[in-house]
Design a protein around this ligand. Structure first.
Ligand code: UDP
Length: 357
C-alpha cells in the first residue's frame, strides 16, 4: 500500500514525490514514457543536450524556486534572446530598441515611440489578440513579427484568439534582447533529466508504465496527465495544440548562430528552429537542430499547450467540479490544471501542494 500514486514523472510529479518521500511517505511514480522529466526531458546526442519536447528555458522571479532547482543541477548563464526571421530579414526579440532600429532605422527611444504611436490602434479594451497586438505594437510589428507566427502556433486567426496570449511579449525602449524580465534565468548544465532523476532518486519509479484505474493500491493519487483524460473525456475533450518536431544532426559546428530562431511568416510551415548546442555554449564539431511544426491535437497526440479560450475554460471549470468530488486525487501541472504554466510555476505549485498534504 502506497501513500501516493503519482502519475507522471514530469516536474510536478517529481517535485511532489521528492517532497513527500523526504517527509516519510511511501510514493510510487509511474510514467507511460520510458524516461523521467516529462516535456522538460533532455537527451544526449553527440554530446549535445537535445530538448526532445521543445525548448525549455528556465526563468523565474521566485528566489525560493531558483534556490530549489539549483540544488539539483548547476545552471549556466544562458539568456534567451531569440531572433525572428521574416522573409530573410532578421529582427531581435522581444520588441526592443534593436528591433525598432531594424524596422524603422530609429535610433532613440523618442523616435521609436513616435513611430509606434503613429501605428497603434486606439481601442480601450482589446477584444481579441489582433486588437491587443495592434494596440500594443502597431501595424508593422503585428504584420511582420506576430500575425504569421501566432496563426501558425494556434491554428486560428488572431481575431479569434484571446488577447492574453500576447501579454507574454513585452515592449522595451532599451537595447536589451533578453526575452524574459525575470531576475533568474539559465539552463541546467548537462540537461534537465538529471533534475527529475535526482528528485526521484529516493522513491519507487516505474517508467514505461501506463495508468490503469485500481491497479495500484495507494491512499491518494496525484494526476499530472490531462484532466479530461482522467475522467474518460466524459464531458467532451478539452482543446490542446500539439507539435511535431523534426530533428537533424548536421556535420557543421554552427548552423544558425543562436539557440532559437523564429520564422514569423505564415508561408513557412514551422514556427521556429532550435539549435540545441547554443543553450550550453557547446563547441562540438556537429550540431543538432529541430524544426517545430504546430499541429491540431487529436486523441493519441501529445498535448503541449492548453488552448485557454472561453469554451475550453468553461469546460475545464466543469471538469474542476468533477475533480472536487474526487477527494483522494490531486490534479497538478500544465495538463492537470489546464493552464499555460512555465516550469517555475509548476514547481511552486507542486511545493505548495506537498506542503498542504
Ligand atoms: N509570438 C509572436 N511572435 C514571435 C514569438 C511569439 O507573435 O516571434 C507570440 C505568439 O502569439 C505566441 C506567444 O507570443 O503564441 C508566446 O510565445 P512564446 O514563444 O513566448 O511561448 P512558448 O511557445 O515558448 O511557450
Amino acid at each position: 500500500m502506497y501513500d501516493y500514486l503519482i502519475v507522471g514523472a514530469g516536474l510536478y510529479g517529481s517535485v511532489f514525490a521528492y517532497e513527500m518521500t523526504r517527509r516519510g511517505k511511501r510514493c510510487l511514480v509511474i510514467d507511460k514514457r520510458p524516461h523521467a522529466g516529462g516535456n522538460a526531458y533532455t537527451e544526449n546526442v553527440a554530446g549535445i543536450q537535445v530538448h526532445r519536447y521543445g525548448a525549455h528555458i528556465f526563468h523565474t522571479n521566485d528566489g525560493a524556486v531558483w534556490e530549489y532547482v539549483n540544488r539539483f543541477a548547476e545552471f549556466n548563464r544562458y539568456t534567451n534572446s531569440p531572433v525572428a526571421n521574416f522573409r530573410g530579414k532578421l529582427y531581435n526579440l522581444p520588441f526592443n530598441m534593436n528591433t525598432f532600429y531594424q524596422l524603422w532605422g530609429v535610433t532613440t527611444p523618442r523616435d521609436a515611440l513616435a513611430k509606434l504611436e503613429s501605428q497603434r490602434l486606439a481601442v480601450a479594451e482589446p477584444q481579441n489578440l489582433e486588437e491587443q497586438a495592434l494596440s500594443l505594437a502597431g501595424t508593422d510589428i503585428y504584420e511582420r513579427l506576430i500575425r504569421g507566427y501566432t496563426e501558425k502556433q494556434w491554428g486560428r486567426r488572431c481575431r479569434e484568439l484571446p488577447a492574453f496570449i500576447i501579454k507574454r511579449l513585452p515592449l522595451r525602449f532599451t537595447f536589451d534582447n533578453n526575452y524574459f524580465s525575470d531576475r533568474f534565468q539559465g539552463i541546467p548544465i548537462g540537461g534537465y533529466t538529471q533534475i527529475a532523476e535526482k528528485l526521484l532518486g529516493g522513491c519507487e519509479v516505474r517508467l514505461g508504465t501506463a495508468y490503469k484505474r485500481g491497479e495500484f493500491d495507494a491512499a491518494k493519487t496525484v494526476w499530472t496527465g490531462a484532466i479530461d483524460e482522467y475522467f474518460g473525456f466524459s464531458l467532451g475533450a478539452l482543446g490542446y495544440r500539439s507539435l511535431r518536431f523534426e530533428s537533424e544532426t548536421l556535420e557543421t559546428a554552427n548552423f544558425q548562430g543562436n539557440a532559437v530562431v523564429n520564422y514569423t511568416a505564415a508561408d513557412v510551415p514551422y514556427t521556429r528552429i532550435i539549435e540545441h548546442k547554443h543553450f550550453e555554449f557547446g563547441e562540438q564539431p556537429e550540431t543538432v537542430i529541430t524544426r517545430e511544426y504546430p499541429i491540431e491535437w487529436r486523441p493519441g497526440d501529445e498535448p503541449y499547450y492548453p488552448v485557454n479560450d472561453d469554451r475550453n475554460n468553461a469546460l475545464y471549470e466543469r471538469y474542476r467540479g468533477l475533480a472536487e468530488r474526487e477527494p483522494g486525487v490531486i490534479f497538478g501541472g500544465r495538463l492537470g490544471q489546464y493552464k499555460y504554466f512555465d516550469m517555475d510555476k509548476v514547481i511552486s505549485a507542486a511545493l505548495e501542494a506537498s506542503a498542504r498534504e
